[in-house]
Design a protein around this ligand. Structure first.
Ligand SMILES: C[S@@+](CC[C@H](N)C(=O)[O-])C[C@H]1O[C@@H](n2cnc3c(N)ncnc32)[C@H](O)[C@@H]1O
Length: 263
């Protein structure tokens, strides 16, 4: 983290504490000042949650799709559910980010990114070089674009544009993810709960073609026939989602590409 980021975090902490939105101890502030691994600092994540709440004010992916757009998204699939919306909450995604350790050379994609919250949180709370959301719905993509406009006006966005000498990217595209060029991906996330089997098969074939050792796929639905497609199951998480009833959780699976070792 650059000194500028450290100063901004510190300044934001002070402002938030003054507003009573964040309480902390001196130890946390000292950690930020000392430039210790900031992405692991609970205060840093708390401040970023507040930043996200601000830039997403009035922007939602729920209930914004018209019947025409729903039909457009679901066209061609046997299970007419692909347009259904749901989100991974900030704290649930953070469990994944804390454990998966995204690095400064990683290139992250969220396939079916809705209004882009996952991508924005990855940009804020990890050092990835590039974070991209791909979403077919025009109205949800418009939400992501509006948020990005808000976000670009903040110090938080501008401080994170660079990681040392490396320029970082946060971007959104309105596109069918099956047709998108994601060949530079090192980590792919998809909230695939409602994706039908033929879509999951199309996706794993696409991931296999990327042919990158170590490519990580983080998915709510298991990858079909993953070993024969060159993937190894690594681990899973059990996390609450936006649709979870009190106390319920959904599984999130992590796979990595290992090539043809299973053949
Ligand atoms: C369950 S939402 C996930 C939102 C976000 N990723 C999150 O976890 O907070 C899934 C999204 O996938 C989108 N989607 C479905 N099929 C798609 C396709 N072929 N290409 C791009 N997006 C698609 C839907 O419109 C929907 O917004």
């Amino acid at each position: 983290m650059s000194n500028a980021v450290g100063r901004t975090v510190l300044f934001t902490c002070v402002v938030l504490m003054a507003c009573g939105q964040v309480t902390t101890t001196n130890t946390a502030l000292v950690a930020v000042e000392k430039q210790e691994p900031v992405y692991r600092d609970p205060l840093y994540k708390k401040v970023n949650k507040q930043i996200m709440d601000n830039v997403y004010s009035g922007i939602t992916g729920f209930g914004v799709v018209s019947p025409q757009e729903k039909a457009f998204i679901e066209k061609g699939y046997s299970t007419k559910k692909t347009s259904i919306y749901g989100e991974i909450p900030y704290d649930s995604l953070q469990v994944i980010l804390d454990n998966e350790r995204f690095g400064p050379n990683d290139i992250f994609y969220d396939l079916g990114s809705g209004v882009g919250k996952v991508v924005t949180q990855v940009y804020l709370n990890t050092p990835v070089k590039k974070a991209v959301g791909i979403e077919l719905s025009g109205s949800r993509h418009a939400g992501a674009v509006k948020m990005l406009k808000n976000f670009k006006q903040t110090d938080a966005y501008n401080d994170r544009k660079r990681n040392g000498k490396t320029k970082r990217t946060l971007a959104f595209a309105q596109q069918d993810f099956l047709k998108a060029n994601i060949n530079d991906a090192t980590i792919i996330y998809m909230c695939s709960t409602c994706f039908p089997p033929e879509l999951m098969t199309g996706l794993i074939k696409k991931f296999q073609k990327i042919n990158r050792q170590g490519l990580r796929i983080i998915t709510l639905k298991v990858l079909p026939d993953y070993e024969n497609n060159g993937f190894r199951f690594e681990r899973s998480y059990k996390l609450p989602m936006s649709w979870s009833k009190q106390g319920n959780v959904s599984a999130v699976y992590v796979y990595s590409y290992v090539g043809d070792v299973f053949k």
